[in-house]
Design a protein around this ligand. Sequence first.
Ligand SMILES: [Zn+2]
Ligand SMILES: [Zn+2]
Length: 307
Amino acid sequence: MEPPTHLTLILDLPPTLWGAPPNHGPNEPLMPLSSFLSHVLAFVNSHLGAREENGITVLGAFPSKSALLFTSSSITDAAPQGANTYHTFKIVDSEVIAKIQHGLASIHEDREAPSGLVGALTKGLCHINRMLYGSTGTATGESSRMTLDATILILSVSPDISTSYIPIMNFIFAAQKLKVKIDVCKVFGEDTVFLQQAAHLTGGSYVTLRKQDSLLQYLMMCFSAPSSVREIINIPTQDRIDLRAACFCHKNIVDIGYVCSVCLSIFCSPVPVCSTCRSKFPMKTLRRFGFGLPKSGVNAAHIAAKS
Ligand SMILES: [Zn+2]
Ligand SMILES: [Zn+2]
């Protein structure tokens, strides 16, 4: 028997992009938020309707904050209203729309603040962890793990924020440990390096939306099948994955970096002392990488080139 699927859907909701006037994008302007939501909610309903045990959590990434928009574990058996509506669909649609409207309306200043994507991802993963292992935190063995096919799907419109490199990498490692796949649908804008890596490293798919009208079709074809079926069907994969990293010193994305041999921190130029673990590096190695004599004392880098 197939385990039920729990989908964690992360919506990237920067008001500067969703509320912006048309024709500012690189190729095609971003679709209106209402049509985006109609595609997304149809996908959410199809996921919930496909099997009774299926669950969903919807999280929104607003500027510098994230919010839980909906979770299927909160559905109560209230008296259904309207004989022609499936009660669950109605609750999902109205809750998600109301919370997004509330979230966007409560942003007054800092509309351009960096997206709270990392917060949303982390909350999503914590929620999955809780479902897999219970809320006590005492059950840790693989045997106590509940059978659940959990995936995270990110609908991304914002570009990469280089300061979120370290938290996103930590999130990826945590997701790998929980065996959670991360899928990404790039709805708008340039490809994001960090999310490509997230999909690549967790065995998920990174799909760039070519035509915004076809969002629902992309979601249904690429992301609606459970893991066991996805091994058989042919889901678009990335031909090229950008595996560049951001340096820990300036948070720039670098082509060639210098890696601390002790803690694997990445720097854009040779440094005498690692700023993360305080390891000192031999002068000989540092000079080999073109580092001038440091002013004070013993140290230098033990360095491996990274491309
Ligand atoms: Zn740097
Ligand atoms: Zn170090």
